[in-house]
Design a protein around this ligand. Structure first.
Ligand SMILES: [Zn+2]
Length: 870
């Protein structure tokens, strides 16, 4: 048996630390923050054997990549997943139930409490050591005010989208949640069963309700079991007519028609396949769990000759001896395992220690469970390897250092924390693509920010300690069985990017040299045009940065949907925030602000964030929002303008429910319901628009916009585009995901910039129809229909590295293609067309990217994912 531990992420701004354990029968992951799935793809780590994820904290840093990961795991054919973590884990997972669900995979959760912290399976014995920060006190949940209601509310739904009629969440002002309760009553482990309305509904505890909802989100329904899954039959020849898993769109529609009434907290609530039930309340639990893992004991080597010599007959009796049973020979003698097996030993012990700050140090160093593995027990067992997730303040703490030392000189310590491991480029494919594109224009396509030098030097902090400590590196492994030791054969040296493009100019590859010369030609043409003076475009200095231009799931080249619009003097506005948006901003705008004169940094964009628009509930459009709000909240002072969120109603429920497990500052965000400001309500001065208007007015004041309307589009329930007109005379329209929409054409008339999805190429019209997306041609038609000055195409199917083909000739709108980390001023969009001849060569069939794409096309896991484009 071979078993090893592998560092996936060392901890960077775009992917918190995570570790994978490899055993023959399955893989385990420890922590799955935002970006983890994308890093698996970048590093070619396969998902198919992943069955268990452990979390050290119920905090978005540790769980933020899990909702997207669960969808992907299901799509690649995993049938059962187990999630292990602390209190509130189930609550956090089920808060995503409005957009995360599959009936091709069952998910089970195990929540460790302070008293029950062990778990065992065929490979591992796990002890969860739960540590609370000093002076931990449980807070009461926030009281959310329900959106304003009116008697007509439920009858005033949009004619084309009945979602607007969805009920206001009841649990926020239900008897269970409205009153203040003691912290004891709020703990799920001590919660009392809730009263049932009818006798035939048995009372359920909060824990049971959560489990029931989880089962509603993830289950193996008979009609969609293993045989229906496209990967299930991959060994036998696959029948091309076999059904594929339903799309989200279909599932939402189906779910909406199967409503069953259930009860929660004594108040009747709607239950749709267990998913749309309101959640019982809870409060954040800030404990951190460290895991002590021990692999199965090594039974030793079986000596056949010795067994035969003792009279044991080969066959079943041999097996019994190996399995630790004594056996009888034909002559009636008893033979014991120790007579024929030698060299047995206990399994290896390894740990992942999460000590998030110095507040946890005393808890960690005094935890009794670790002591046994510091060689103090009768078996003198020591830990083979410890992965530390703590940063500089923890590792330089004298008590923590002394505790590390007590494990002895043989224990291998691995430090996985971004203060020591530096901000290396982890999206290598994206970075290399940015380098090539920067030959076109280094301002529009800047090189991503990185730093290969750590903020703190580990050897200085651990000087004189006499411990074996190494910095984590992505793909570094620690072998556990059969022998032990660090192994770096899969580690790739950090990437360095250069401003100089001579490697393209002098490349041995024909297409790169041709690309370079076409890039130079485009630069010359643009310079000539600029010599005639700039074209007057309203909002010419407004900058649009594409942070994620891919659809469905994050890929190596394109992250999931996000765009940031920066208005001089008026701050920033985000249009969708797919998982990893903060990380993309970090790479685009530069690292944390280190000094006052370093004006341009990710922090500035976050501080100046005025609004976020979430178009619809599909998971590829918003899972990065928690990190963004959390960062914004950390910078918030008394002078900070409020942050506004425009999103569908169910999205507000998600953030409120998640806030019960982690305080990320959502109570400081002002929420505007997309359904209330939909364009036709504004035209009709509908009562719901009137209610939303005051909030909208104050948003206008801080952001400089004079009109913002959402537009109901054709995609899934509660899907919206947005039209935003600025007082400086420019207008931006964003489609969200949609089929070509007449509503959008009408609301977006005269747009300066239309940012429109173009998921599918023109020859995939049927697919576009089925999945309710647009083709390139259709997106351009919408741009022409609304007489948009510029049409930017985005949200491409992940069958990168193709670029969409289109004929710009004779079109009344100027067309551009978005790439991740492309930053373009409105006044420069017209030049994007000049880059097309060069881009066509860069992404031609003979390019490295195209060949890599072909390889991925043949990869079963990725093939399935590409088909799932939402
Ligand atoms: Zn979608």
């Amino acid at each position: 048996m071979k078993a090893y531990l592998q560092v996936l992420s060392t901890g960077t701004a775009d992917c918190p630390p995570s570790v994978i354990l490899h055993f023959d029968s399955q893989r385990y992951m420890i922590n799955c923050g935002e970006g983890t799935q994308r890093l698996c793809m970048q590093q070619k780590v396969r998902f198919s054997k992943l069955k268990t994820i452990l979390f050290t904290r119920t905090h978005w840093d540790c769980i933020g990549g899990t909702p997207g990961m669960l969808l992907t795991l299901s799509d690649v054919g995993i049938r059962n997943m187990r999630l292990l973590g602390g209190e509130n884990l189930t609550h956090a997972i089920i808060s995503t139930r409005h957009f995360v669900y599959r009936n091709t995979m069952a998910v089970d959760t195990v929540e460790f409490t302070k008293d029950s912290g062990s778990y065992r399976d065929e490979n591992l014995r796990i002890t969860a050591v739960q540590v609370y920060p000093d002076n931990f006190e449980r807070s009461l949940p926030y009281e959310w005010s329900a959106p304003p209601t009116s008697p007509n509310r439920s009858n005033s739904s949009s004619p084309s989208n009945s979602a607007a009629a969805s009920p206001v969440p009841k649990h926020r002002d239900s008897p269970v949640t409205g009153s203040k309760r003691s912290s004891d009553e709020l703990s799920p482990s001590t919660s009392t069963p809730v009263a049932a309305v009818e006798d035939e509904h048995p009372p359920k505890s909060d824990t049971e309700i959560r489990k029931m909802i989880l089962e509603g989100m993830f289950n193996l329904s008979k009609s969609n079991g293993i045989n229906a899954h496209p990967l299930a039959n991959k060994k036998v020849k696959r029948d091309p007519r076999a059904p594929v898993p339903q799309t989200d769109v279909d599932m939402i529609e189906a779910a909406r028609t199967v409503e069953t009434s259930h009860t929660c907290g004594g108040a009747p609530v709607k239950l749709v396949n267990g998913r749309f039930m309101d959640l019982p309340r809870t409060t954040p639990n800030t404990s951190a769990i460290s895991y002590i893992c021990q692999s199965a004991d090594y039974v030793g080597k079986f000596n056949k000759e010795a067994a035969v010599a003792l009279g044991v007959k080969p066959g079943k009796l041999f097996g019994d001896l190996v399995n630790g049973k004594s056996v009888q020979t034909q002559s009636g003698d008893t033979v014991h395992p120790h007579q024929v097996i030698s060299g047995g030993r206990p399994g290896r012990v390894f740990m992942v220690v999460d000590c998030p700050s110095t507040d946890y140090v005393s808890g960690v160093v005094s935890a009794k469970d670790f002591e046994r593995f510091q060689g103090t027990g009768s078996d003198k067992l020591t830990a083979a390897c410890i992965v530390h997730l703590g940063g500089h303040s923890v590792l330089s703490h004298p008590e923590y250092k002394a505790w590390m030392q007590r494990f002895g000189p043989e224990t291998q310590h691995i430090i996985a924390n971004q203060e020591y491991c530096s901000q290396k480029l982890i999206w290598r494919s994206q970075a290399q693509s940015c380098y090539k594109l920067s030959a076109l224009d280094s301002n529009i396509f800047p090189l991503p920010y990185y730093n290969n030098t750590p903020t703190h030097v580990l050897s200085t902090d651990l000087q004189g300690l006499g411990v074996k400590a190494d910095l984590a590196e992505s793909m570094m492994t620690y072998l556990l069985e059969p022998s032990t030791g660090l192994e770096r054969s899969e580690v790739i040296p950090p990437l360095e990017l250069f401003k100089d493009h001579s490697s393209l100019k002098n490349s041995p590859k024909d297409y790169l040299r041709e690309y370079y010369s076409l890039a130079m030609k485009a630069q010359e043409e643009i310079a000539k045009e600029k010599a005639f003076g700039p074209t007057e475009v309203p909002g010419k200095d407004v900058v649009l940065t594409a942070l994620g231009t891919g659809s469905s799931h994050p890929s190596k080249y394109r992250n999931v949907s996000a765009t940031i619009v920066e208005t001089p003097k008026h701050g920033t506005f985000l249009l969708d925030t797919g998982e990893g948006t903060y990380g993309q901003m970090f790479r685009q705008f530069g690292g944390y602000r280190m000094s006052a004169d370093q004006a341009n940094s990710v922090d500035d964009r976050i501080k100046n964030l005025k609004g976020i628009f979430i178009s619809h509930l599909h998971a590829d459009h918003h899972l990065g929002i928690v990190t963004l709000i959390d960062r914004w909240n950390q910078f918030r002072t008394a002078d900070t303008d409020p942050l506004y969120l425009i999103a569908p109603l169910k999205f507000n429920s998600f953030l409120q429910e998640l806030s019960d497990t982690q305080d990320f500052g959502y109570q400081n965000v002002r929420y505007i319901q997309s359904e209330d400001i939909v364009h036709w309500r504004q035209l009709q001065h509908d009562h719901r628009y009137r209610i939303a208007r005051p909030a909208l007015m104050s948003l206008f004041e801080t952001s400089g916009f004079k009109d913002i309307q959402t537009v109901d589009v054709i995609h899934c329930p509660w899907a919206y585009g947005i039209s935003m007109t600025h007082k400086d005379g420019w207008k931006i329209v964003y489609s969200g995901d949609t089929r070509p929409s007449q509503n959008l054409v009408e609301a977006g008339q005269g747009a300066t910039v239309l940012l429109h999805e173009a998921t599918f190429e023109d020859d995939m019209e049927e697919e576009a129809l089925k999945k309710r997306h647009s083709t390139t041609k259709e997106a351009i038609m919408v741009g022409e229909g609304m007489e948009a000055k510029h049409t930017l195409l985005t949200h491409f199917s992940q069958r990168y590295p193709k670029i969409p083909r289109f004929d710009a000739e004779g079109k009344s709108t100027i067309i551009g293609i978005c790439f991740d980390l492309m930053s373009v001023r409105f006044g420069e969009i017209e030049y994007l067309a000049k880059f097309l001849p060069a881009l066509e060569v860069l992404y031609s069939p003979q390019s490295d990217e195209a060949k890599e794409g072909e390889e991925e096309d043949n990869d079963a896991e990725l093939k399935i994912l590409q088909k799932q484009s939402q």
